[in-house]
Write a protein that binds this ligand. Structure first.
Ligand code: NAP
Length: 251
């Protein structure tokens, strides 16, 4: 039972935020493990490049913060690949601001992407999973829930909300053979989550991290391939067991 090189053969996976960073690596790993994969992200050059490099995947534009986009994307996945039985909620925004610096738009976007996005995706996936009698929902969280750093308190709060949502959802769907896991991540190399941070805000943030000891708490970034290996292990765990929470971070 431990020898299968394609433990996810026959399964259909939706990975959100797959156009770059960790999500792209998660999509490749789940595909390499035998699943058919739909890779979702907002329309961008990065998404076009990802689609050109991965003709083996269904690449679908989808803003997870927009419920109508999510409905449309899941209809496309079901029509083109079949009913999804794996959902990895990886897409997220991490905006750098002290609470008093947060604009209306930034705060709303962060909550809509990191908390409501996974909810809209789970809502669209569950009927397919329930009909199949099996499913895996993996919600990517962050070590910041344990020690919310300055400038990242709203980001950490969205991830803490996602973890609580995961617990409640697990008790709603466990009778249907659907598992819900929180994959809580430490710092990962190759992510572009900081691409919209201004140099000035970034400098203030790093100074605050050093002063408050957060840099030591986080440690070095691990490779996204290591996190992807953990994801495949979660999805390959025999159906009788649910991995509720797994935290993967630097030693
Ligand atoms: N990198 C780290 O060190 C780290 C640490 C802890 C946890 N995490 C978590 O790991 C996950 C991936 O992080 P990452 O570093 O790989 O981030 P990233 O490089 O910024 O990638 C995020 C992905 O999500 C997509 N995305 C953002 N907003 C979206 C939306 N509204 N709808 C659909 N897709 C959207 C992005 O594409 P578009 O913006 O083009 O749509 C991109 O594909 C996140 O959940 C993050 O919170 C990361």
């Amino acid at each position: 039972m431990f020898a299968s090189t394609e433990p996810l053969a026959g399964r259909i996976a939706v990975i959100t935020g797959a156009s770059r960073g960790l999500g792209g690596v998660l999509a490749r790993a789940v595909h390499a493990a035998g699943a058919r994969v739909a890779a979702l992200a907002r329309p961008s050059l990065a998404l076009e490049k990802f689609a050109a490099e991965h003709p083996e995947m269904l690449v679908a534009p989808c803003d997870v913060s927009a419920p109508q986009d999510v409905r449309r994307a899941f209809d496309t996945v079901a029509a083109r690949l079949g009913p999804p039985d794996i959902l990895v909620n990886n897409a997220a925004l991490c905006l750098l601001h002290r609470i008093e610096q947060a604009t209306d738009e930034d705060a709303e976007r962060e909550v809509a992407t990191n908390l409501l996005g996974p909810l809209w995706c789970a809502r669209a996936a569950i009927p397919h999973m329930r009909a199949a009698g099996r499913g895996d929902i993996v919600n990517v969280s962050s070590e910041s829930v344990r020690r919310p750093a300055p400038f990242l308190s709203l980001y950490a709060a969205t991830k803490a909300g996602l973890e609580t949502l995961s617990e409640g959802l697990r008790s709603e769907v466990r009778g249907d053979g659907i598992r819900v896991t929180v994959l809580r991540s430490g710092s990962v190399a190759g992510g572009e989550i900081s691409r919209n941070w201004t140099p000035e805000r970034k400098a203030e943030f790093f100074e605050a991290l050093q002063k408050t000891g957060f840099a030591a708490f986080t440690g070095e970034a691990i490779s996204p391939e290591t996190t992807a290996q953990t994801l495949v292990a979660i999805l390959s765990t025999p159906k009788e067991a649910n991995i509720d929470l797994i935290e993967v971070r630097a030693i």
